[in-house]
Design a protein around this ligand. Sequence first.
Ligand SMILES: Cc1cc2nc3c(=O)[nH]c(=O)nc-3n(C[C@H](O)[C@H](O)[C@H](O)COP(=O)(O)O)c2cc1C
Ligand code: SF4
Length: 488
Amino acid sequence: MWKPPERIKYKPQPGTNPSADEAGSALLFTPVKLGPLTLEQRTWVPAMVPWRSNEDGYVTDDVLDWYERFAKGQPGAIVIEATGIRDIPSGPLLRIGDDRFIPGLRELAEVVKSASLGKTKLLIQVIDFLTIRRRPNPAKFFGRFLAITDEHRERLDARDWTEERVREHLARVPDNELDDLLTDAELEALRMGYRERVTDLHLPHVKNLPRVLPDLFAQATRRARAAGIDGVELHYAHAYTMASFLSATNHRPDGYGGPRQNRVRLPLEIFRQVRRVAGEDYCTGCRFLSDECIENGSTIDDAKYFAVEFAQAGMDFLSLSRGGKFDDAKQPLVGWAAYPYTGRSGYECMPGYISDKAGPFGRNVEPVAQIKAAVNAAGFATPVVVIGGIHGFQQAEALLQQGKADIVGAARQSLADPDWYLKLRLGKGDRIRVCEYTNYCEGLDQKHKQVTCQLWDRLQLDEQGVKLSRDGRRRLVAPEWTNQQGED
Ligand SMILES: Cc1cc2nc3c(=O)[nH]c(=O)nc-3n(C[C@H](O)[C@H](O)[C@H](O)COP(=O)(O)O)c2cc1C
Ligand code: SF4
């Protein structure tokens, strides 16, 4: 993972914890309305893919265990990981692209309700993504994948060469000389792995995205509702299709790219179709970026504009992340796909403990405060969720008190200790296992390995009924917090 060149090392700074009485009067633990849905408290576990589904995209027992564990900590809301809206093989990524996925998701909703004693609302993040391939072996790339054209022959000044000869020749050219012989897209396919973009209008399925996506998202939302899930988060963030429509790098000439009002068009059309199909009274919001954190990407000014548009359209909440783009991802090893959290934008999304002067804690707070101010100034009270490096009560409560956001989310801190919000509320903050922002969990995600936290995954492995990871070395969920009310 990319690290800021300053390489300043930070220790967690959770600050002092509240007594039970102090927590009882904290804004953090007061209810908040997301349109038709009321959260009992302003605490949120954002989407995290834990690689617990199977090749068919179903809710497995491991998926149930994962969310049950978070639900025991009774946060205001849990957002189910990015879940694919298409009925296509997507590796072990959860799917919601057909009605056959409803029963599994219904079971998941019931597990969360029961484990949280009805205190936690469950949302699901719905995602569309374009094709990305692994970085090819150069011999295979030149031998098979690359489509040889007359342009290659022109550039080689070898108009009469057979295809075979061009392939053999290119395979022998040193990498640094290929820049003059291949197109940018071909170079990217060779060095990073082929990746589709929303601007690839020569591909019919990409050209047609504005026609097919509204209903795909709407049907996914209808299924979420049928499964008893309380709401939907449209995934408009990071490296995926909808974030790419919002991106300042989107220059589609068909009215869905270029100026901001065109880039926001499809996200709004999707939202309206979701409303039509799944109902006005079903909680629907989105996650998008306060800043893409890439060269020539969307900035906070774009985010303010999008936020006001989404609020005006009637979204029930706005959840803000930042960065996490393919554009500045590191070159993957041969046989691996690019991972959008390896460049500077990836750092901004999941900042680690080695950081710059600004540090890894709450880098998204000030940008989100500005976005919320823009929404409020436009006359909307749409709740805004802030996420990124938040791991302490004082930090969370202060930003709420100062009106910088309405809801506080913590992904890695909740992974490190799924009971942390509950411990704070009960005045047991000294029992919290505090995230150290090592990004060990994110490293597992990158390799599509079952995600765990290094602070607990080797603890009490001999406990009865403990389930282990495929490598047999790690427990899959955090140990129980056994004595919630008393002393332990
Ligand atoms: C293992 C892992 C998986 C993640 N998966 C998703 C995801 O499915 N969708 C999403 O929007 N963000 C995802 N994220 C990003 C988090 O939701 C969150 O934005 C990020 O970790 C920063 O918040 P934090 O500092 O509280 O961890 C993931 C993060 C981690 C660590
Ligand atoms: S592995 Fe645990 S301690 Fe490290 S960043 Fe992830 S949640 Fe935090």
